[in-house]
Design a protein. Structure first.
Length: 110
């Protein structure tokens, strides 16, 4: 009798960084600092886990135009998570020059 291979169920992936080990708070802060150093505008979005593959996430406040504070962005990420339990929360950085997203990654998973 031939054995069948059993594969473990995989975790749904929502973005590029989700294929890497989870980021530490220090690595998240460094990514945000990099975006700010590039002159990109940070923003925060959130959505229900079942809608995470949609292009439309809810915007948490307005983008933080011109901010230079990594700590402000980290505090707002945490505030969004507390206000929206059970939702995915992601960080975005808008590039004014290219008029597109420079970076986006999920910070908190539901």
């Amino acid at each position: 009798m031939a054995e069948t291979l059993a594969y473990k169920p995989t975790q749904p992936r929502t973005e590029t960084f989700s294929y890497l080990p989870p980021m530490t708070p220090e690595r998240i802060a460094r990514q945000i600092a990099h975006c700010i150093a590039q002159g990109w505008n940070p923003a925060i979005e959130y959505t229900e886990p079942e809608k995470s593959f949609s292009n439309f996430w809810y915007l948490w406040k307005l983008p933080f135009f011109g901010t230079q504070s990594v700590e402000l962005v980290l505090n707002e990420l945490e505030a969004c998570r507390r206000a929206n339990p059970g939702m995915h929360v992601r960080f975005l950085a808008y590039d004014n020059y290219a008029q597109s997203q420079g970076m986006a990654f999920v910070v908190f998973r539901a």
